[in-house]
Design a protein around this ligand. Sequence first.
Ligand code: FAD
Ligand code: SF4
Length: 511
Amino acid sequence: MPQTLRLILGDQLNPRHSWFRTVDPSAAYVMMEVLPETGYVTHHVQKAAGFFAAMRHFAAQMQAQGHRFIYFRLDDPENRQSFEDNIRSILKSLKFERFEYQLPDEYRLDRQLSIFADSLGIPIAVQDTEHFLTARDEVREFFKQRKTYVMEAFYRHVRQKYGILMENGEPRGGRWNFDAENRESLPPGAAAPAALEFRHDVSDIVEMLARMQVKTIGRIDPANFPWPLSREEALAALDHFLAHHLPHFGRYQDAMAEQHPFLFHSRLSFAMNTKMLAPLEIVEKTLAYWEDNPDSADLAQVEGFVRQVIGWREYLRGIYWAKMPEYAQLNYFNHQNKLPQFYWTGDTRMNCLKQVITQSLDKAYAHHIQRLMVAGNFALLAGVHPDAVDEWYLGIYIDAIQWVEITNTRGMSQFADGGIAATKPYVSSANYIHKMSDYCVSCPYDFSKRHGENACPFNSLFWDFHETHRPLLENNPRIGMMYRTLDKMGKEEREKIRRQAALYKQQIDKL
Ligand code: FAD
Ligand code: SF4
């Protein structure tokens, strides 16, 4: 019987993959921790430890079920620290005659493995990951005849294709989208239910990372690692979310609160991006839970969650495969500035940024609006080069894998793609942050001032951004109103804003 070697990457931890349906005596699986994967950006220590811990858990679990596994730890003496070298060595020494791998989700690895597999001179096969609801090229095909990409159109396509929240061909409740009802701030004194946090001991991995001189950022309590490391734990996290957080998920999706970093969010992105959980099963379990407990949540909450999982996530992945590798070079505004130093420390007087960055360093997590409307918003207003912004986002969050990081960062957040992922730049003055959070209340800056002493930097930078990029933005129908407001301010006021913004940009690391 020809012997087959099958590669499993660190984000392919799907025990329900058809490869594992039966124990195949002719197949062996290889997984490896290699230095280049720890060093292409500086990862958060929870991210590096989390991936390795989840990989080790997966290999042990599959092995216990009878599958043959070869596992290289980062510090194994035989580890050649490269996918290619490790695989070549196993193929040679253990006499495999066939090589198989699952489609990588990262463009870089996809190219690398495809070139490598072709060079082996033995039969090879590439298998789907059996994770996503849509094919890699489905967004490209769907929008082939249209001028622009629009998430809502693709989301409706996925809903119809899978009959999700559909009744007799129509969207349940008569509307596709309840986004307009999902924009409330958390009332003062209100609290969010506790998140389900695990308590894994990953001290050995953290110690190994230090010994192998892997540079990391952020903080970790190695004896109490909180993220799910197996499919079973990920399912428990989903159940916890459905019972406690779904009831208010949509309503407070955009809210931010100093004492409640997770609010009503699911914290499932790490489990999903490592493929412990699949998006379709998440949606099916959500709908089944709702059917059994119809009074637990209303349609706006459920639809809001479904839209993130099968709408935004699938849509952005499709953009990634439609636009890479060029996407990684796009810089629509030609921004060239450095990322302010406080992104690595949280050491800034701007309370919103201090909260979001400190939380990110502590927890390797921030929710969507914190990423978009605080950290991303400021980087865009400050004219930071999208490469630097990408590098930060790809390192700091536990769920950061390029296909979903870059489309959110360079696309949604920085508008560096000129409007492929989003229809307008997501920038705001302090007004929005004040409305959606309690950050401004205890901030030394004054959210209501555009210039002068202690004026909130977001305000002058916001208007200065619009002034600077007028030629690129003025004709965007979603932004036109901003220019009318700006023009009404008068020359003197605009000059004061310009000077204030220039001063703040000059002193950016000290803000
Ligand atoms: P919830 O709010 O509970 O949402 C449920 C799920 O929906 C998420 O787990 C996620 O899988 C999916 N989802 C929600 N919004 C998005 C979105 N915009 N794109 C893709 N999936 C989405 N998400 C990542 O998974 N990895 C990243 O590296 C990443 N980088 C981001 C960078 C920026 C600048 C921004 C604005 C967003 C980024 N996101 C990223 C999207 C989103 O912020 C995270 O998916 C979400 O915060 C994860 O937390 P959660 O699981 O509690 O999500
Ligand atoms: Fe952020 Fe400005 Fe509010 Fe301070 S006043 S928290 S800097 S938006």
